[in-house]
Design a protein around this ligand. Structure first.
Ligand code: NAD
Length: 257
């Protein structure tokens, strides 16, 4: 018996890294799901590999119509929505504040914060009607402490954490839980994307991050996508039914020092 049997999810950013691991884990645990991502080739390939319980939908999470379509697809194909996992993300611009361009700032806010708001906005009415649901977003330890990422990314992830708390207090009475996960360094292609590598190189670079991240971790190993997927699975499942408005830190202890 799977931990997500009879549940339906939408996972954004499901074509790579943490999202891909979550798609695989949720499917293995019995969920039916829509994998929503910008990357058609990787998204389609993964959905085909996992069979009819996973549908790929081309989605730009910064666009309201796209997010609504992905959620509508889950509803029309599978009949309900139990988990909205707002996970897609980008590294955001780096550099000193005086060089931070308005375009880079706005793009980070659109992809990292507007996306979570849109996922919550369009999942909420369906989950309220059902009287149950779990909304999970991927925030970051960078939203809690300085020094982990660029200014725009850090501000965006802090916004996701407080948006989570704010919406959790509203939706709780409808039986809908809203939580987020704050990963520390997880070896994914996002670090390669941050330095402008193409998709293939970025995917390869995740392997090299394993060693680099291990050196700065109290546990002496890097986080891997499954570490975060396991947290998402727990928050999506009924095992966490009394957890609401929580920012779950999954960072190997790196924020303790
Ligand atoms: P990743 O680059 O492997 O995956 C991100 C996915 O999001 C990709 O498949 C990409 O195509 C997709 N995406 C990007 N922009 C999109 C858009 N506009 N619309 C739809 N899809 C889009 O990186 P990851 O590390 O797996 O990142 C997943 C989440 O985890 C992100 O929100 C990221 O900020 C967060 N996070 C990562 C780390 C880490 O160390 N890897 C730490 C903290 C938080």
């Amino acid at each position: 018996m799977g931990r997500l049997d009879n549940k339906v999810a939408v996972i954004t950013g499901g074509a790579s890294g943490i999202g891909e691991a979550s798609v695989r884990l949720f499917a293995r645990e019995g969920a039916k799901l829509v994998l929503a991502d910008l990357q058609d080739e990787r998204g389609r390939r993964l959905a085909e590999e996992l069979g009819s319980q996973v549908i790929f939908q081309h989605t730009d999470v910064s666009k309201e119509a796209d997010v609504q379509e992905a959620i509508d697809l889950a509803l029309s194909m599978f009949g309900r929505l139990d988990c909205m996992f707002n996970n897609a993300g980008i590294p955001g611009p780096g550099g000193p504040i005086e060089n931070l361009a308005v375009e880079g700032w706005d793009n980070a806010m659109a992809v990292l914060v507007r996306s979570a708001y849109l996922g919550m906005k369009h999942a909420a009415p369906i989950m309220k009607r059902q009287g149950s649901g779990s909304i999970v977003s991927t925030a970051s330890v960078a939203g809690m402490q300085s020094g982990f990422a660029g200014h725009a990314y850090s501000a965006a992830k802090a916004a996701v954490i407080n948006l989570t708390r704010s919406v959790a207090t509203e939706l709780g009475e409808s039986g809908v839980r809203v939580n987020c996960i704050c990963p520390g360094g997880v070896a994914t292609p996002i670090f390669g994307r941050a330095v402008g590598l193409d998709e293939e190189e970025a995917q390869r670079s995740a392997g090299t991050m394993l060693m680099a991240l291990a050196n700065i971790q109290p546990l002496q190993r890097a986080g891997v996508p499954d570490d975060i997927a396991n947290a998402a699975l727990w928050l999506a499942s009924d095992e966490s039914s009394f957890v609401n408005g929580h920012a779950l830190v999954v960072d190997g202890g790196i924020t303790c020092g």
